[in-house]
Design a protein. Structure first.
Length: 163
């Protein structure tokens, strides 16, 4: 019944996953999982434009049979699905991501997104204002840690740029 209704709406129904996809969304099989090739490729482009080619190369180098499906999941859904949506530009998404990571106290992931500001157009003054705002809504200790981390990452970026 669902498959019939999906076809009527111009959608293909994937029995294996229970997932509906648009007719133009090519599905490729990787092991036992289905990946939208279009969304995956779009995700690769977006991730590289946001995080940079060096990060993309490191991620590819660190790919293992254990983490491959998780990396594909992130590429397809985080980068090819959410970051590629037209409603917000990459700069805005970058600022939102930084704010959420500060709020959750995810300092390791925050390093990556502080570095990404060079690609997304988020200025250091904007990061400062974001962290000031986070101090009120997320707590002073969390924002203080994020300020220290941002200063460290921005110093490293300056050293890399002058080398």
């Amino acid at each position: 019944m669902r498959a019939h209704l999906a076809r009527q709406e111009g959608l293909k129904y994937r029995k294996e996953t229970g997932r509906q996809v648009s007719a133009g969304d090519q599905i490729i099989r990787q092991g036992e999982k289905h990946v939208s090739e279009d969304r995956y490729q779009r995700g690769k482009q977006v991730r590289e434009s946001v995080l940079g080619p060096a990060h993309a190369a490191r991620t590819a180098k660190n790919r293992t049979p254990f983490n491959a499906e998780f990396q594909d999941f992130l590429m397809e859904y985080a980068w090819g699905g959410i970051w590629a949506r037209p409603g917000l530009d990459h700069k805005t998404r970058s600022m939102i991501t930084i704010a959420m990571l500060v709020g959750m106290g995810k300092m390791d992931e925050l390093k990556l997104h502080f570095r990404a500001t060079r690609n997304t157009g988020v200025s250091r003054d904007e990061v400062k204002e974001l962290l000031m705002h986070a101090a009120i809504y997320c707590g002073v200790p969390t924002a203080f840690g994020a300020f220290q981390l941002a200063a460290q990452i921005f110093d490293e970026m300056d050293q890399d740029a002058s080398a």
